[in-house]
Design a protein around this ligand. Structure first.
Ligand code: HPA
Length: 237
């Protein structure tokens, strides 16, 4: 069995998938958090590993960047590989005064002006919620483990916002909802999950902020990313 973008057997993929954007982060997660893992996809170097975490079978599958890329992988995993839940674990920016660098955010839903939904289904949806039940599990885990977790709305953009010449103009494209984060994938994942009757959540570590201009050490980044990975893994066991 194979799909246009995934080259493994159905059995090679777990029902629950953690989805970082970067293929090398998928490798890092497998090597540092999973047991008995094996490489199950390397088509286009979009690495995926399946192993166990505390005895539970889990797949870490990279999404690449942007809605088109995460749209393809989430669709094929849900539709052809029997995947039930995907938790995106990525990075994001923020232009919210209450959000600090390295905060970990759980997305309640994503606002997006992409053409994706119209091309796929002839509909024009601006905001789509993540999965309440999966979110609840993640929030409970964070609470039990004493991990700080912010919960709120995300902007999914078709451009990397930091490359916009005019930040104010960029922000003016979106309604004045209280957005916590900006990134480029959540809407695509939530949309595909909802279309196929599956679960999806999105955890993000804040790596750019309009209001917090400290420079991050690679150690700080790694600690925060590791916390987010642990939060995702603990919530699925
Ligand atoms: N993704 C990840 N990090 C970011 C982004 C984004 O779209 N914007 C600002 N920092």
């Amino acid at each position: 069995m194979a799909t246009p973008h995934i080259g493994c057997e159905k059995d090679d993929i777990a029902e629950t998938v953690l989805m970082p954007g970067d293929p090398l982060r998928a490798k890092y997660i497998a090597e540092n958090f999973l047991e008995d893992y094996k490489l199950v996809n390397e088509v286009r170097n979009m690495f995926a590993y399946t192993g166990t975490y505390k005895g539970k079978k889990v797949t870490v599958f990279a999404s690449g960047m942007g809605i088109p890329s995460i749209g393809i992988y989430s669709y094929e995993l849900y539709r052809y590989y029997g995947v039930k839940s995907i938790i995106r674990i990525g990075t994001c920016g923020s232009f919210n005064k209450n959000i600090k660098l390295l905060d970990v955010i759980l997305s309640s839903g994503a606002y997006c002006k992409s053409y994706f939904d119209e091309l796929l289904d002839g509909v024009d949806i601006d905001f789509i919620q993540s999965s309440e039940s999966l979110n609840r599990r993640i929030m409970n885990t964070a609470k039990i483990k004493g991990m700080d977790l912010k919960y709120g709305k995300t902007i999914t953009s078709d451009i990397f916002d930091l490359y916009c010449d005019d930040e104010e103009k960029f922000r003016g494209n979106f309604p004045s909802m209280d957005f916590l984060s900006v990134e480029m994938e959540a809407f695509g994942l939530f949309y595909i999950a909802k279309k196929l009757g599956k679960e999806a959540s999105c955890l993000m570590t804040v790596v750019d902020s309009l209001y917090d201009k400290r420079s991050l050490t690679s150690e700080d980044r790694e600690t925060s990313l590791n916390n987010m990975i642990k939060m995702a893994l603990e919530s699925i066991i």
